[in-house]
Ligand binder design. Structure first.
Ligand code: ZN
Length: 305
């Protein structure tokens, strides 16, 4: 079992133990940073993650692609997304979205090789490396100006060291875009931490203040910040109702989500009509959730002055 620090890595103050969704955590008494009390992560979790073939027609992958498009639309308002290195690129869907939008000189770093077939097929350049072992050289060799870290920092057992390494790697005026779950988000708090974002492999949990502090300690100046969510324009209806306080979580789980089909054409037509209405309702409720700020992720754009 890998033990984690007792003192906060940001403010060096004492922490207290706290149970969140049956996981033992430590919480800094001063700044509110949260981390797991031990880092006993089964490495197989990561090794097995992407073995399944990436099918672009798959519904889940389709939702991920919509999310990647949202991501590109949002961050391109602040940063020119060319000359970019995506750390922890995973299956490479963000790089593919950038490449489809014709951004130039985009590369990725990913220690696992299981998506390599997808990279090759889509002409994506991904180095099988880690931050400690190769980032500096890759960034300087490829003339990289922007580094992205999406849903990576919460998995690292030394997030501050990682941010410092990114800072050292970037040229002057280079930028970092970072996104992670928000431990202070409405749905995490409302569900009393019994939330899919609270799980073993997430070692550190940030809020807006602690993530800002992490970036500053790493040497960065903050340029912009905000909140968003996964595929936030198409949240599931029940999820939206829960976030708007119109459905409590227990009820939400007990409602069956199965749709019963029969072979009768009339009912198929009715289903098609219903699903159209459902879509409109879904999109409208999603907008309300975004407007109320009850979304799960926080992001920052930081610059090396
Ligand atoms: Zn602290």
């Amino acid at each position: 079992m890998k033990t984690s620090p007792q003192k906060c890595i940001l403010c060096h103050k004492d922490s207290t133990e706290k149970l969140m969704s049956n996981l033992l955590m430590r919480e800094c008494l001063e700044c509110g940073l949260v981390w797991r009390a031990n880092f006993d992560v089964d490495i197989k979790h990561y090794e097995n993650q992407g073995i399944k073939k990436i099918d672009l027609n798959d519904e889940k992958i389709h939702a991920k692609i919509l999310d990647m498009k949202d991501r590109v639309n949002l961050f391109s308002k602040y940063v020119d997304l060319k000359n970019l290195c995506d750390i922890g690129t995973g299956r490479g869907l963000f790089l593919k979205t950038l490449s489809d939008a014709e951004y130039e000189n985009i590369i990725g770093i990913e220690p696992n090789s299981e998506a390599s077939e997808f990279y090759t097929k889509n002409n994506l350049i991904v180095y099988q490396k880690t931050i400690e072992d190769g980032l500096k050289e890759i960034v300087s060799r490829n003339n990289i100006k922007v580094v992205t870290m999406f849903h990576l920092i919460e998995h690292l057992n030394d997030p501050l060291a990682a941010i410092k390494e990114v800072f050292d790697s970037l040229p002057k005026e280079g930028r970092l875009i970072i996104e992670t779950p928000d431990i202070n988000s409405y749905s995490i708090k409302k569900s009393n931490y019994k939330n899919k974002l609270i799980y073993k492999e997430h070692l550190y949990y940030f809020n807006k203040n602690t993530l800002r502090e992490l970036l500053k300690k790493g040497g960065f100046k903050i340029v912009a910040t905000g909140k968003r969510d996964f595929n936030q324009n198409n949240l599931p209806i029940r999820e939206s109702l829960f976030r708007l306080g119109l459905l409590d979580k227990k009820k939400q789980e007990s409602i069956s989500s199965k749709v019963v089909f029969d072979e009768n054409n009339q009912s198929k037509r009715r289903y098609a009509k219903n699903s159209f209405i459902k879509k409109i309702v879904g999109v409208s409720l999603s907008r309300l959730v975004v407007l109320t700020g009850r979304v799960n992720y926080i992001w920052f754009i930081a610059e090396k002055e």
